[in-house]
Structure formats: structure tokens, C-alpha cells
Design a protein around this ligand. Structure first.
Ligand SMILES: [Mn+2]
Length: 469
């Protein structure tokens, strides 16, 4: 069933492309240090069209009228390497499990490329990503043109397939939405845990680890992005990932995190008091951000624009800044002059999907694009008061962002992350039994009985050995 999803996407892509050849390449493995690599994650476009997540992969789609072909170039089976780093699909697996019409060893890609490109009118290739690879491909095309007297020619046009894929990806299928909802459910559970685990004196990194612990045991394959866990004034750094300060009593902590599952992301932010109770001033600031978020979410519906959603949130934030004494003047002119920017310096949100900041246009010909059912957008207003001389004294060290993931529906919107508390009262209620998470944490993904039996065997064998020696 799962593979039909990828076959469907290939069909949609092939329907949209003109006659020619499309080549997609996996990302390279990146060295971290010495012989340690960064965790591997392949190119989202390649994955969405193939479901194949191994490195050193090229996917080729060929179209000539109704004639279509799907070729995968993959790492060959290698028993020794597989012993060290895990199973490979190999060429047989690429055909049997991933639906390729033909499959070859990836080392043969440049041998086979001229044959694939010969007399094709155009090549679809993502460029600007791997210039060495793209350079070799263009040399292969040039070499074919040198064979013109033999009747061979390479494609005259190179088109970036993202011209098709961005449109395909920005409107989610029912299946895409379901996978995003899985990632959202995991992320909601992790944030609940963090709220119930937080206590002053903890380290930001420890709290971030609670979030990521919940991600993994609930089925996330990785984080969608580095977890941000920023207490006090650290929250004024939008993408703070040092996560090494101590949570101060009376401080707020801002967590912005998302699980990735089956190559789809969630992205949530919540800000809450480390000790479970907002101060009156924190509550005031928080409720302005929440009001702005609610206004922006309420603006989400088909036919409206991204810009209008942004403006709906911005208007409330600026009213808040005036109410809080951070700005003086009429909200309208403060928006026109951009006077609010020291306290709110980003946009209201972004597309969400396989990439956390998902692909897809926001503007076409300078005009903000209309929202369509199936789009998923994050709504994440914030107010940030850095610990700086220009910031009103009382507000310094307060940084608040509230972020939810919102699906545009036929009639309006559905907040995919609405199960997570976000009013002051609901957060305080959830945190009332401070540190409860540490006392109640139980395994959720491992069926305890089965696993315990297995691991008991070698233990017994070990004991027996000890006795006999
Ligand atoms: Mn976000």
C-alpha cells in the first residue's frame, strides 16, 4: 500500500513533465569528524518520488508520450558493508520492493547516462545542489552533441524539476496530511511531557532531551530540526540551540521542536514558566501573543492570502506592544514604519511538510499566493524582549512564541496540534503537579513481555558459563 503513494507521486510528476528525462540524486553522506558521519537523511524530493532512503542513489524517470520508464541506480548488495552499517535493498530490492522497471549499480550511472539522454528533448535536473555531479551530467550532454554526425544529440533544455515539485508539495494529499498528523501527535505528547518535567534548576539540554526522548519512543525517526530550548533572555535568539543554560526560577522557557516521522515534519512552539506559574507581566505578554496567534489562525481559509494571515497576527502583536509600553503611537503607523521589528522580526509562519520549512511559493509575480485546501502552514507569532539597553527594563528577558500547525480545509482550517494546551490556565493546570512526568514515565513503544524474554536467554547462558569456569 505504502508504495502506491510513491507510484502515485511519480505519475503526478510524469503527467506534469514534458517529454524527456528527469534525474534525482540523493544527498551525499557528510563526514562529521574522523570516520564518524552525520546521521543520514536523503533528498526529500527523491524520497517523495521513490520511498528510497539510501545514499548513493539516482532515480531516473523517462517520458515519451504515453511511454514511461522508472530506473533506480542504487548501492549494490555488499555482505561485509551490510554487517557493519545495515541492510541495502540492492538492485533486486529496488525492482521488487520499490517498483523500479530497471535497476543498476550506482557506479554505472555515468556509463548509462548517455544512453538515457540520447535524443531526449530535455533533462529535468535539480541544479545548484551538487555542482560536481551537475558538472559531470552537463559534460555528458556536451559529449552527446559531439556525436551529431552519427545522429546522436543530447537534450537542449535543462529544467529544474522543482518547478513542478514545489506546486505538488505545497498542497498535501490526504496521505501526506495523515503522516504529518502522526508527527504532530508525537510532538504534542513530547511537549506535554516537557511541561510536566520542567522545574527550575534543570538544564535546558535536559529538558530538550525529555522532548527528544518522547519523540523517539513514540515512533519519530529523527528530529525535524534541532530542538530549541531557550530559557529567559535566550528566547530572544530565534534559533537558539546551545541548550546549555540553567532554567531560572521565575523565568519562561520557550521550546520550539518537531518530530519527523516517515519523512514528514511537525513544528510546535510553546512558552511556559519553569516553575509552573506565570507572573502577572508574563501572563500579559503571553496573552497578547496568544491573541495574535488566534487572530492569525482564524484568518486561515481557502482564498485568503499568506500576507493577510501575517497581517492579522501582526496587527494584534503591535496593539500588544503599545499596551505593554514597548512602543508609542498608532498601531497602523507603527506597522507602516516597521517600528515593531526589534520585538517581532520574522514572518507569521511557513509551509510545513517533508522539510520543516517546506518548499512551495509564497509569492507569485510579487503577489502573496492564495491559500488552498490541503496546504499546511505553521502559525507562530512571537514577542521577544532581549536583555538589551533598548528594551524596556521590565520586559527584558521575556521571549514568547506560540506555534501550531494548521491545515487549510475546504471550509476553513483544522489545527493539527490543537490537543496541546496553550492558554495560561490550561498550561498552569498541566504543570500544577510539577515534575509529575519523572514519576509517571512508562515505556510506550516496547512490548515489555516479549523483549524481556529474549534478553533473558543470553543472561542465563552467561551465568552458566561463569559457574563452569
Ligand atoms: Mn516553525
Amino acid at each position: 500500500m505504502a508504495h502506491n503513494v510513491f507510484a502515485d507521486r511519480r505519475t503526478r510528476f510524469l503527467d506534469a513533465m514534458e517529454d524527456g528525462v528527469a534525474v534525482f540524486k540523493s544527498w551525499p553522506v557528510h563526514v562529521r569528524n574522523g570516520d564518524v558521519d552525520h546521521p543520514y537523511r536523503t533528498n526529500s524530493d527523491l524520497f517523495l518520488l521513490t520511498g528510497f532512503d539510501e545514499p548513493e542513489t539516482m532515480a531516473v524517470l523517462v517520458k515519451r508520450g504515453a511511454d514511461r520508464k522508472y530506473v533506480l541506480f542504487v548501492r549494490p548488495r555488499d555482505p561485509e558493508m551490510e554487517t557493519w552499517v545495515g541492510k541495502r535493498a540492492g538492485t533486486e530490492g529496488a525492482i521488487r520492493d520499490f517498483g523500479a522497471d530497471e535497476a543498476y549499480d550506482s557506479a554505472l550511472f555515468f556509463d548509462r547516462l548517455p544512453g538515457l539522454l540520447t535524443n531526449q528533448p530535455r533533462l529535468y535536473l535539480e541544479f545548484g545542489l551538487d555542482v560536481a555531479f551537475e558538472g559531470r551530467v552537463s559534460l555528458a550532454i556536451e559529449a552527446l552533441k559531439g556525436e551529431a554526425r552519427k545522429g546522436l544529440c543530447g537534450p537542449w533544455q535543462i529544467i529544474d524539476p522543482r518547478s513542478i515539485l514545489w506546486d505538488m508539495r505545497v498542497v498535501k494529499s490526504a496521505h501526506d496530511v495523515q503522516v504529518i498528523e502522526d508527527a504532530c501527535a508525537i510532538t504534542v505528547a513530547a511537549f506535554r511531557a516537557a511541561m510536566q518535567a520542567a522545574t527550575p534548576g534543570m538544564n535546558e539540554g535536559e529538558l530538550a532531551a525529555v522532548v527528544e526522548f518522547e519523540f523517539r519512543r513514540r515512533g519519530a525517526h529523527r528530529v525535524a530540526f534541532e530542538t530549541i530550548c531557550a530559557s529567559g533572555a535566550n528566547a530572544a535568539t530565534l534559533h537558539y540551540i546551545r541548550n546549555d543554560a540553567t532554567l531560572g526560577d521565575g523565568d519562561l522557557v520557550l521550546i520550539d521542536a518537531g518530530a519527523e516521522r516517515n519523512m514528514m515534519s511537525a513544528d510546535i512552539s510553546r512558552t511556559f514558566p519553569t516553575n509552573g506559574r506565570f507572573t502577572p507581566l508574563q501572563r500579559r505578554v503571553y496573552e497578547w501573543v496568544l491573541k495574535a496567534q488566534e487572530a492569525a489562525i482564524a484568518a486561515v481559509k481557502p482564498g485568503t492570502t499568506y500576507a493577510k494571515v501575517h497581517e492579522a497576527g501582526l496587527k494584534v502583536l503591535v496593539e500588544g506592544l503599545v499596551d505593554l509600553g514597548a512602543l508609542k503611537g498608532k498601531p497602523r503607523s507603527l506597522i507602516e514604519t516597521g517600528a515593531y521589528r526589534p520585538y517581532f522580526m520574522h514572518r507569521i509562519g511557513h509551509w510545513l511538510g517533508s522539510d520543516v520549512h517546506d518548499v512551495g511559493p509564497y509569492f507569485v509575480d510579487g503577489a502573496s499566493i492564495p491559500l488552498r485546501a490541503g496546504m499546511v502552514i505553521t502559525i507562530e507569532p512571537g514577542l521577544y524582549f532581549a536583555d538589551a539597553p533598548a528594551t524596556p527594563k521590565a520586559l527584558r528577558g521575556i521571549g514568547i512564541r506560540i506555534e501550531d500547525d494548521v491545515l487549510v480545509t475546504d471550509k476553513g482550517r483544522r489545527v493539527l496540534t490543537e490537543a496541546l494546551p496553550k492558554t495560561v490556565d490550561d498550561i498552569e493546570a498541566l504543570m500544577a503537579d510539577r515534575g509529575a512526568w519523572w514519576r509517571t514515565v512508562q515505556p510506550v513503544t516496547v512490548p515489555a513481555g516479549k523483549k524481556a524474554k529474549k534478553s533473558a536467554k543470553p543472561e542465563k547462558a552467561g551465568k552458566a558459563k561463569k559457574k563452569s569456569s
